[in-house]
Design a protein around this ligand. Sequence first.
Ligand code: DX5
Ligand code: ZN
Length: 225
Amino acid sequence: MPFDRSIKIAPSILSADFANFGAEIRAIEDQGADWVHVDVMDGHFVPNLTFGPMAVKAFRPHVKTVMDVHLMIAPVDPSIDAYAEAGADVLTAHVEAGPHIHRTLQAIRTAGMKAGVALNPGTPAEAVAHLMDLTDLVCVMTVNPGFGGQKFIDMTAKVRTLRDMIGDRPIHIEIDGGVDVTTAPLVVAAGADVLVAGSAVFKGGSVDRAQVYGANIAAIRAAVA
Ligand code: DX5
Ligand code: ZN
């Protein structure tokens, strides 16, 4: 996974047809997705439950780009090897998920994955100030995690702070929640390069009308160009 700061659109399959993940992943990649964002929720750290490492492993052969796995679970450490085995390229843990995020990020890298750290809207940028040499991606949540289709919470000031903190380091800034043609330009101007979008990519489309996904992805890309 070579590093660059070009804009990457990462559709969240939280908004896909849960009975048809393979075809949905193939459809969004055919239609221009750069990464595939996979939201793992445990019904404990967040009030919603999606899927675990066995499902993520089943997605793997369908993903030709980058499998970006966002863990909304606590604890994280006991599951790290299972997500490595499932084939995650990027594994992101929340700073709020436990007292030992430093150890968690080390363990993710040791298991052979890129290490991401996510910040809830209420958590300041400074929470990752001492993690810069252990992380490959900072995910700024622009909704409270747990559900797709929520209203964007403006975190552009936090993104700017992180962009300064990161400097020349090869660390992505990812935005997750409420990203659409209106909000994407705000976060890109502040320094983000990975845009997760669930409802804004999947709305109005289906695997049989995948060109709608393509138009939705193209619209976000055009809005930030
Ligand atoms: C929220 C998830 C997001 C979500 C984004 O808890 O982490 O990835 O699917 O969905 P939209 O783009 O609909 O806000
Ligand atoms: Zn997510």
